[in-house]
Ligand binder design. Sequence first.
Ligand SMILES: [Zn+2]
Length: 483
Amino acid sequence: MRLALLATFLLSAACASTHPSPRPNAPSPSTPAFDARFTGRTLRFDYVHCGTATEEHVAPAAYRLEGEWPGSRTRLVDDTDLGKYRFRVFDSATKTELFSRGFASIYGEWETTGPAKTGWGSFEESQRFPEPKTPATLALEKRGDDGTFHELWRGDVDPASRFVDRSALPRKGEVIPIRENGPAASHVDLLVVADGYTAEKRGKFVADVKRLTDVLLSTQPFARNAARFNVRALFVATPESGISNPRKGVWRDSAFGLSFNAFDSDRYVLTYEDRTLRDAAAQAPYDALILLFDERKYGGGGIYNLWATCAADTEPAAYVFVHEFGHSFGGLADEYYSSQVAYESTGKHDVEPWEPNVTALLDPAKLKWKDLVAASTPLPTPWDQTGYDAMDVAYQAKRKAMIDAKASEEASEALMREVKTQSAPFLAREPYFGKVGAFEGAMYEAKGLYRPEADCIMFTRNPTTFCKVCERALERVIRSYVE
Ligand SMILES: [Zn+2]
């Protein structure tokens, strides 16, 4: 999720395939090509990503040995071409590329905000990769205005050197198995981390994890791949219930520092304590992290290949959980936009976005999801954007007034329900509803960017499903972990 979440109004939310019986803690299958180059453990590179709107720096901080490498042992070089950034690992002697991974970051969002124009920001980041047996060269790259990656930083590490911390991982909290389906190397390993839960709430946390991951794994394309997911929960108790909410003057010393109001956006929830989080998370094998926090107030966030956050007790918690996981796991963009949001837009869309579910439609003949568009569906695809915007402007005005008045969650949820009763039938009446096309208005832009369907869980809270383009993009990411 990018920052324009000033518009966060929409941040706003099984058929298991045949599979051998669960094999908890089963060993990973033998992979000779992988074994020749890697030790089988995970190496973590911690650094600080800092800068302003016009300059950007990477400052290495530490190298840390973690447990077993949980990712694929055959799909090591990332061919998805997702992410604002890319991390690459080369063998120093032969220059062979050993590993790569696209990602997005808090820094990458922060640099587009107003404060980046007048001062510096600095953020903890980490990259995890299979520990090479020989000295390696690491590179961080950023996607430029031309859409291709350019190197930002390069450095060397000898994994066998004294500069890699090989001490035992600190014990923090309790790892609780929720679903164990097989070896980490051939499964997607989800780790749901508690924040803002007191010790007495352990049972509630486990129930929250089960409830929300059950919804996720009943949603396509996760449902048909449910047997390829392992789910674990990390419970770390905090002394006080809940997380910080600066707009209401509420401050909490929670385990992982989650807070509302990230980038001054009321319902955007992030933490800036990434290293603390990584040290604790390393106690379990994981490919994807979701931070679940014990709050009644609506909120969350999701950044590609970083993590997702979600409030457990808000009425649309299931929506938030699935929607934010779409960002963090699949690199999906928000498909919503708001006609009256004053975020900082360049207004020019002459480069195709990397996000798989948004297009600038520069050449309809080359639309990246063209194979899903029926010949009878025009591109761009007509829809009543004027009518929709009129409805949205009225809603945004009500919502802003409620935030200003510090309205209750019950009042704000009532407004969300009211919007749903209008916008769901409105979109369902569209002549091309349910068809894949290119509908103008997406990713915080009313004009110039297009989404694949009239509605999708990345667009509104109406549907409980992803559009066909989002579903396929997520399926491709699942494949990259389980093949
Ligand atoms: Zn979609």
